[in-house]
Design a protein around this ligand. Structure first.
Ligand code: SAH
Length: 340
């Protein structure tokens, strides 16, 4: 059975017309779901019972389960149980500009980045659209406050689940849905070129982040296997075309791994690689995990790296760190309950 939280407004319009009912019921139902936040179809009062009975046979309104919440000062990590018993995590971050959540897009991940804990479990399946929407809806309910920003940077490679992701964006961006402005939504990819190209034709002004993490192929091949499929000499021109087409902003994420990609030589090489691209570089202090192969770059070296980029006129920021205490930081999310 399908789930109602995976339907865009257009899907519902099509559904109601398809059963010989009225198109405007779609808007009414959308408003019940996302403005009034009903949790059972019985609360719907302005659509005939026969119509609702038909709908109920086709679309479940069942939610996920939040089975654990870990709280730190300005971050909360939620462990969700999906309807098939799988688990994923999402993280809420409280910023001075609002509440932001980091959601997962897959159970496990197949990209195999060497430094990432989330990817240690191979992809089990894509998340359905409703499973992404419900991460947001349910955290908002638990929090009792509006969530204003969404980043798709949790477990999984979102562009490896492209169609479900796009529908998720359409639902959360819709003014009668969760009304989250496109500029408040960011999706991060390890660089799946065909999907970056497809995304350049998607009309919403959603921010794109690229996990770059290395300034040359030799290094990138070593830590991100996807680079052997989509190497830098193809990725960089794709991003340039994306920028020309969309005028949106691109961020490059760059984790600093001690003695691997954090040298002054790497910083210069990086500045050269992205020098003529209108972008931001977001330096991410590496969050150490059980994987002992990688170490965190010390603060002095991080600042050196930062200064070199600055001197070369690159827009660069250092990511504010969240959630390290409760393993809720980048690359630490997991999709298995018992490993927590
Ligand atoms: N698959 C997508 C979405 C995941 S985003 C992508 O690769 O972009 C999660 C971000 O956190 C990515 O930039 C990832 O490379 C980074 N990350 C992974 N492990 C990390 C760690 N241990 N410390 C800091 N950042 C990490």
């Amino acid at each position: 059975m399908k789930n109602i939280y995976g339907c865009s407004l257009e899907d519902l319009e099509e559904y109601f017309l398809g059963i010989g009912s009225k198109k405007f019921h779609a808007m009414q139902l959308f408003s019940w779901l996302y403005e009034k936040r009903i949790e059972s179809y019985e609360e719907v009062t302005n659509i005939k019972k026969e119509v609702m009975d038909l709908l109920e046979k086709e679309y479940s309104i069942e939610r996920l389960k939040i089975v654990d919440i870990q709280r730190d000062s300005d971050v909360c990590k939620y462990l969700f149980e999906l309807l098939d018993g799988e688990h994923i995590e999402a993280v809420l971050m409280r910023h001075d500009y609002g509440n932001s959540i980091c959601i997962s897009s897959q159970v496990g991940c197949n990209m195999g980045c060497k430094f990432c804990e989330s990817g240690r479990r191979k992809k089990v399946r894509n998340l359905e659209t409703y499973e992404m929407v419900l991460q947001l809806l349910m955290i908002e309910k638990e929090l009792g406050e509006r969530i204003s920003h969404v980043v798709v940077m949790g477990i999984g490679e979102p562009f490896d689940n492209y169609d479900n992701l796009i529908k998720f964006f359409q639902i959360i961006n819709h003014p009668k849905g969760l009304a989250i402005g496109a500029r408040h939504i960011t999706v991060s990819t390890c660089g799946l070129i065909p999907k970056i190209e497809e995304f350049s034709r998607f009309p919403l002004q959603i921010n794109l982040a690229i996990s770059l993490h290395a300034p040359n192929n030799t290094l990138r091949d070593q830590i991100m296997p996807i680079n052997r499929v989509y190497p830098l000499e193809k990725l960089i021109p794709t991003i340039k075309r994306y920028l020309e087409k969309t005028n949106r902003r691109v961020t490059f994420e760059y984790i600093l791994l001690k003695d691997i990609n954090d040298t002054e030589k790497c910083a210069l090489e990086l500045a050269k690689l992205v020098g003529d691209i209108n972008c931001y570089i977001n330096l991410i202090p590496y969050n150490e995990t059980n994987n002992l192969e990688f170490k965190r770059t010390n603060t002095v070296q991080i600042m050196k790296f930062y200064d070199i980029l600055k001197k070369n006129h690159i827009n660069v920021t250092i990511r504010r760190e969240f959630g390290g205490n409760i393993s809720a930081a980048c690359g630490q999310l997991r999709s298995k309950k018992e490993e927590l």
